[in-house]
Design a binder for this molecule. Structure first.
Ligand SMILES: Cc1ncc(COP(=O)(O)O)c(C=O)c1O
Length: 452
């Protein structure tokens, strides 16, 4: 062997060239909102891992729930009429908390699979009811829906397609709802929303409404840069979908379980999706589990249809895994007991206010945005959307934040954050202080870049 790799791990979403020069940050332990590296440095984890560790990194009750379940029944499947109590109880707990039209739950192990499942169920539903031409799915520019073939196709981000022969041919992308970036001069948020609804309708008419199966959206976009929809957005979009019989899929993989200050992002906009997908915070990220919730109407079509055409041949070995389900169930109980959604409203309001005070109107700051405990600080060379830096300012800012022992994520010229839902005001103060110091260092870096 000539070329012995430093690590055998292929790191997802990582520049594999630069990781050879800059070794990965290896984490060893966690406590509350903090994680500690192998070297003993403690970081405030303001991304909650990957938007998931809602209860922080040391929730003993989740460890206990996992231990109890692994001792009692470490694995059993729910295929072919088998079941177990944790899957059954978790499904009930989700239905009890979901928008009231959603009555049935399909379990997977990741957000990507939950979305992949949503699309397959839409196709199955349409085929069973004779709408065999309805195959196309509309998603949005800047949206993120996962990494499997269809989920990656749904993403409105070029890096998810380039070199992978994606998107799949049945996917269409409509405009991003980012008002700061795409609103035109003198346009109000409501006018922008109406313009996007018109352009969606034009797309549907151009494709043929009878060919469009579903529209998928994150209530608040996450990985695309934390984009809160403009005023009136869903009120303008949903009637267009209903007019043409197009199903609505709410991707709540990030928004679900209180992240936005409402239990579901759908609640923010009075959405009644036909399908809702959730994951990540369902188990505080402690176990890999996700869910696709559907209406009774879809479920009844499958029930009738599977009699005619054979069983619902879809599922994963670990669908509804008992240990994952037990941990998720305990997580959901803790959300209720601690009234975490209310806590997010308070802590989130404080985070948004403090971010505005610290960054709004500052050099290179274009926009400070967010809702609940989801936020972004957007940089731009002239504070307007019309220009971008030669290098990702978000990557620079997030590296500078790391120097301050704060973990946030760089997305193009923005940094985004989604701290654990248990974060307290003093910890938000620490976060803001660290980001303010990182911003000063970032300014110097950006001035140098602009001078070159
Ligand atoms: C909105 C959204 N949907 C889907 C996914 C994919 O989830 P996973 O990485 O668990 O497959 C993500 C992941 O970040 C996400 O943010």
């Amino acid at each position: 062997m000539t070329n012995i790799p430093e690590t055998a791990v292929i790191h997802p979403f990582t520049n594999l060239e630069s990781i050879r020069v800059r070794p990965p940050l290896i984490m060893k332990s966690g406590n509350g909102v903090f994680v500690t590296s192998k070297e003993g440095d403690e970081y405030l984890e303001a991304m909650a891992g990957l938007w998931c560790v809602s209860l922080g990194f040391s929730e003993g009750r989740l460890a206990e729930a996992a231990y109890q379940q692994i001792t009692e029944l470490p694995f059993y499947h729910i295929f072919m009429s088998s079941s177990h109590t944790p899957a059954d109880q978790l499904a009930r707990a989700l239905v009890d908390r979901a928008p009231s039209n959603l009555t049935r739950v399909f379990f997977s192990t990741s957000g990507s699979e939950a979305n992949e499942t949503a699309i397959k169920l839409v196709w199955k539903y349409n085929n069973l009811r004779g709408e065999t031409n309805r195959k196309k799915i509309i998603s949005r520019q800047d949206g993120y829906h996962g990494s499997t073939t269809i989920a990656a196709s749904l993403c409105g981000l070029d890096n998810m397609h380039d070199g992978f022969d994606l998107p799949a041919a049945i996917i269409r992308h409509t405009s991003s709802p980012h008002f700061w970036r795409y609103g035109v001069q003198a346009e109000t948020e409501e006018e922008f929303s109406n313009r996007l609804a018109c352009s969606l309708e034009k797309l549907i008419l151009a494709e043929g409404p009878e060919t469009i199966a579903a529209f998928i959206a994150e209530p608040v976009m996450g990985a695309g840069g934390v984009v809160v929809p403009p005023k009136g957005y869903f009120d303008a979009i949903v009637p267009v979908l209903r007019k043409y019989g197009i199903l609505l899929i709410a991707d709540e993989i990030i928004c679900g379980f209180g992240r936005t200050g409402e239990y579901w992002g759908s609640n923010l906009y009075n959405l009644r999706p036909d399908i809702l997908t959730c994951g990540k915070q369902i188990s505080s990220g402690y176990q890999p589990i996700s869910a696709t919730l559907v209406t009774e109407e879809l479920y009844q079509a499958f029930t009738e249809g599977t009699g005619r055409v054979g069983g619902l041949s879809h599922g994963f070995t670990h669908s509804g895994h008992p240990v994952c389900a037990a941990v998720a169930l305990e997580t959901i109980k803790i959300y209720d007991e601690r009234n975490l959604v209310k806590h997010v409203k308070d802590a989130g309001g404080y985070l948004q206010d403090e971010l505005h005070k610290a960054f709004r109107g500052k050099d290179f700051v274009g926009e400070v945005r967010g809702i609940g405990l989801l936020a972004a600080v957007q940089l731009s060379p002239d504070s307007t959307p019309s220009s971008t830096f030669k290098q990702s300012a978000g990557a620079i800012f997030s590296r500078r934040a790391l120097d301050e022992k704060i973990i946030v994520r760089g997305v193009k010229d923005a940094i985004v954050m989604s701290p654990p839902l248990i974060i307290e005001r003093e910890q938000i103060d620490t976060l803001i202080k660290g980001l303010a110091a990182a911003y000063e260092a970032t300014l110097r870096d950006l001035e140098k870049i602009l001078a070159d």
